[in-house]
Unconditional design. Structure first.
Length: 66
C-alpha cells in the first residue's frame, strides 16, 4: 500500500502545480509526463492563442504576407 501513498502525493503535487500556474495567469498549459525524470518545469511565453512552438508562434509561417 506504500505505492498508493506515493501516487496520492504525485497527484497532489500535480494539482498544486496546475493551481499555481492558473493563479499566475497562465491560460494554456501543456504537460509532458516522463516517468523517472524528476520534476522539470519549463515556461514559454507566446503571443495570441496559437500553439507554442508552431511556425505561427515563432513568426516563421511560410504563407504570411510581408
Amino acid at each position: 500500500m506504500e505505492n498508493k501513498g506515493t501516487e496520492t502525493a504525485d497527484v497532489d503535487a500535480l494539482i498544486a502545480l496546475l493551481d499555481g500556474r492558473t493563479q499566475a495567469g497562465d491560460s494554456r498549459i501543456k504537460l509532458d509526463v516522463v516517468e523517472g525524470q524528476g520534476e522539470v518545469v519549463a515556461r514559454q511565453y507566446h503571443h495570441g492563442r496559437c500553439d507554442v512552438g508552431s511556425p505561427w508562434a515563432c513568426g516563421k509561417a511560410f504563407d504570411v504576407l510581408e
